[in-house]
Design a protein around this ligand. Structure first.
Ligand SMILES: O=C(O)C(=O)C[C@H](O)[C@H](O)COP(=O)(O)O
Length: 203
C-alpha cells in the first residue's frame, strides 16, 4: 500500500484524538461501517499507541498515526501497527526516516518552500495544514498551480459543509478532519451516520 492508496480509500480521513483506549474499537468499527477506512490516530494522547494497536484489529480499518513529530515517534507508531504516517510539518530527519521505513507518509506543508523541500526528498503527496488558517481554498489553488505532480490532503478547520468545496479542487485527493467523531463517549450510530455522509462527499 502506498500513500495514494491511503488517500483514495475515502474522501475524508478522520483525525482522531482518543483519550480512552476502550473507545478505540467502537469508534473504528463505526467509521469503517460508514465507509471511512483510513483512520488517523493523533499522538496527542497518552493512549494513542494503544488506540492504534486496538484499531488495527478492526477488519477493514487502515490505521495511521498523526501528529508524528520525529523519527522516534514514527518508529513507535510503526511498532504499534500504524500503516501510514501523518505529520503537521516536514523536517529532513522525519522525511528521511519515513522514506527509509517505507511506510506511506503524508507530511504537512504550508508554503511553496515546504513543498520544494518535500520534492527534494522525493515526496509529492502533502497535507496542506492548517488549511483554513493558511488562506483556505484560494491559497491551496495558488499553491497547487506551479506543482502539477503534487496532490494534497487539506486538513485543519474543514467541516462537513466546506469539505465538498475542498474536494472539488483537482489537486485534492482527500481531506482530513476531526468533525466526523465527536468528543467523549463514542455514539456509534452518530459516528457511523457522519461517516456515511462523509463517504458520499465525492461521488
Ligand atoms: O494533530 C495533527 O497531526 C495535526 O496536524 C492537526 C490536525 O490534523 C488538525 O488539528 C485537525 O484539524 P480539525 O479537523 O480542524 O480538528
Amino acid at each position: 500500500m502506498n500513500i495514494d492508496d491511503v488517500m483514495e480509500l475515502a474522501p475524508v480521513v478522520p483525525v482522531l484524538v482518543v483519550e480512552d483506549v476502550a473507545h478505540a474499537r467502537p469508534i473504528a468499527e463505526a467509521l469503517v461501517a460508514g465507509g471511512l477506512r483510513a483512520l488517523e490516530v493523533t499522538l496527542r494522547t497518552p493512549a494513542a499507541l494503544d488506540v492504534i494497536r486496538e484499531m488495527a484489529k478492526v477488519e477493514g480499518a487502515v490505521v495511521g498515526a498523526g501528529t508524528v513529530l520525529n523519527a522516534d515517534q514514527l518508529e513507535q507508531a510503526v511498532d504499534a501497527g500504524a500503516r501510514f504516517i501523518v505529520s503537521p510539518g516536514l523536517t529532513k530527519a522525519l522525511g528521511r526516516a519515513a522514506i527509509t521505513s517505507g511506510i506511506p507518509f503524508l507530511p504537512g506543508i504550508a508554503t511553496s518552500a515546504d513543498i520544494m523541500r518535500g520534492l527534494d526528498l522525493g515526496l509529492t503527496r502533502f497535507k496542506f495544514f492548517p488549511a483554513e488558517a493558511n488562506g483556505g481554498i484560494p491559497a491551496l489553488k495558488a499553491l497547487a498551480a506551479p506543482f502539477h505532480t503534487v496532490r494534497f490532503c487539506p486538513t485543519g478547520g474543514i467541516t462537513e459543509k466546506t469539505a465538498p468545496d475542498w474536494l472539488a479542487i483537482p489537486a485534492v485527493k482527500c481531506v482530513g478532519g476531526s468533525w466526523v467523531v465527536g468528543k467523549g463517549e463514542p455514539d456509534r450510530a452518530a459516528i457511523e451516520a457522519a461517516a456515511r455522509a462523509a463517504s458520499a462527499l465525492r461521488g
